[in-house]
Unconditional design. Structure first.
Length: 169
């Protein structure tokens, strides 16, 4: 599976410079994301998955470990503002992960994902939030420059540092 291939724990440190997924994704997570119409896929003519993006409703704080990355993000959403209002008081989505096979990067898939998700979710959500590992500069650069996401905070979970970013659909 593409997500497993690009999970940071499965990559050699030399491969991590090309971007990675920070948390392992279970089949249950994918099933819930698909059921909420939150997964978009780029596929080849032979149905091989070339990339995917997820946009989902945030879980409640009771549904996640408060010390996890998502738990930390939900806590930050209570205190951080975007567009002049606290994030938690707006309709926000969790964006990510985004994963595109290295063999097809640079062919417009990321931009297509941005256009598709913007059209699909702009009426449902005021903004999107996401996290990117601080030691994942490729993903941080792409997210800031191609998506227009703004880093609002930096936080630590299990001795790793992450950026909390927000953007408008």
């Amino acid at each position: 599976m593409l997500a497993e291939r690009y999970y940071v724990g499965n990559l050699d440190p030399s491969e991590q410079a090309d971007g990675f997924i920070s948390i392992p994704l279970s089949e249950d997570w994918f099933a819930r994301a698909v059921d909420s119409s939150g997964v978009h896929v780029a596929a080849a003519g032979d149905d091989a998955v070339l990339g995917f993006i997820a946009v989902t409703d945030p879980p409640t704080r009771a549904q996640v470990d408060p010390h996890s990355i998502i738990g930390s993000m939900l806590e930050l959403a209570e205190s951080l503002e975007f567009n002049g209002k606290p994030i938690a008081q707006q309709r926000f989505a969790l964006r990510g992960p985004v994963c595109i096979d290295k063999a097809v990067r640079g062919r417009g898939i990321y931009s297509a994902f941005n256009a598709i998700t913007s059209a699909a979710y702009r009426d449902r959500f005021d903004l999107g939030v996401l996290f990117v590992a601080a030691d994942n500069p490729r993903s941080l650069h792409t997210t800031a420059n191609k998506l227009g996401a703004e880093s609002l905070a930096v936080f630590d979970v299990d001795s790793r540092r992450y950026h909390f970013l927000a953007f408008t659909f």
